[in-house]
Design a protein around this ligand. Structure first.
Ligand SMILES: Nc1ncnc2c1ncn2[C@@H]1O[C@H](COP(=O)(O)OP(=O)(O)OP(=O)(O)O)[C@@H](O)[C@H]1O
Ligand SMILES: [Mg+2]
Length: 295
């Protein structure tokens, strides 16, 4: 099984939101990583047939997904970035409603709903109104609605937005569980969310997939090195101006800096083991989203 993008572009007026993307996806977890406005949602909406590309094609096992139409959508589960729900529906009624839209028979819908609610730990929330759920619980209900038809392709747009650290861990485990025999594509701008669960990471920048591979491949592809050094307080600003600084930690009399640079930034600088966060900073020129700066 293969989902293949061939030279896909999507233009909005003068913006190339997706710019000549070619990529092939098979079973496994793919993490689409990029800053705000990189084109992640646009690309995902194309893969869900909600947007037609301006040019290029997308095929599933060699067949055009837009020509496959309903046949393709049967294979698809999608959690949109701003996922809509009906606030006054109970969790159960909401899910049964989505199941009916997806054309599931009521008996099958009931069985799937119960099994999935148990899997995401929401069984005891079944009769609660959607509006009463916490942000993390809503996301979980969102994942359940995407999974109702047991999709071969699961597309999750920023599924971890607004989750607390415990929810994030639960989410990572859940994705690993759900990814068996499935293609899962999820987007985020939080490196730690995909570092451990994505088999392949796609870096998206200004509509293009600029790099891809496993976390190790991306780390090894970084041409510059990662250093740490201690500098006096008065020098911190000039280091921040001159270098890509991944981290600043205040220490007595100054700061310990983590710096990405081809050459040692100071005489006392020590080489560090690069992380995916460093790669993100190197390629995007800015730090990855922090876990607490969501929404
Ligand atoms: N319907 C639209 N009309 C015009 N421009 C659009 C439309 N949708 C997206 N864009 C533009 O396309 C670019 C990519 O947007 P997109 O939402 O795909 O990015 P993203 O990577 O999902 O960002 P975020 O991380 O903020 O969700 C942006 O410049 C955005 O302003
Ligand atoms: Mg988006």
């Amino acid at each position: 099984m293969e989902l293949k993008l061939l030279d896909v572009s999507k233009e909005f007026q003068d913006i190339a939101a997706v710019d000549h993307v070619s990529y092939s996806l098979a079973n496994g977890v793919y993490g689409l990583l990029g800053v705000n406005g990189a084109g992640k949602t646009t690309l995902m909406r194309i893969l869900c047939t909600l947007l037609k590309p301006t040019s290029g094609s997308v095929t599933w096992n060699g067949k055009d997904i837009f020509a496959m139409d309903g046949e393709y959508r049967k294979l698809l589960g999608y959690l949109p970035q701003d996922f809509g729900y009906y606030p006054d529906f109970t969790v159960y009624d909401y899910l049964m409603y989505i199941a009916s839209i997806k054309g599931l028979r009521p008996a099958v819908a009931k069985r799937r709903t119960d099994a999935l609610l148990a899997q995401v730990g929401l069984s005891n929330m079944k009769q609660k109104k959607m509006k009463k759920l916490s942000g993390g619980m809503k996301r979980r209900a969102g994942i359940v609605q995407a999974m109702l038809n047991n999709p071969r392709i699961l597309i999750l747009d920023e599924p971890t937005a607004g989750l607390d650290p415990n929810e994030r861990i639960r989410f990572r485990n859940l994705i690993s569980e759900l990814s068996e025999e499935r293609l899962v594509l999820l987007s985020t701008h939080i490196v730690s969310d995909i570092e451990y669960i994505a088999n392949e990471i796609l870096l998206m920048k200004k509509g293009r997939i600029t790099m891809s591979g496993t976390a190790e491949t991306l780390i090894h592809s970084m041409p510059e090195k990662v250093w740490s050094c201690e500098v006096p307080k008065a020098m911190v600003d000039s280091f921040l101006k001159r270098y890509k600084v991944a981290n600043v930690k205040t220490v007595h009399g100054g700061a310990r800096l983590r710096i990405i640079s081809a050459n040692p930034p100071a005489e006392n600088a020590c080489l560090e083991t690069p992380s995916l966060e460093d790669v993100f900073l190197y390629y995007f020129g800015e730090k990855a989203g922090q876990e607490d700066d969501q929404i």
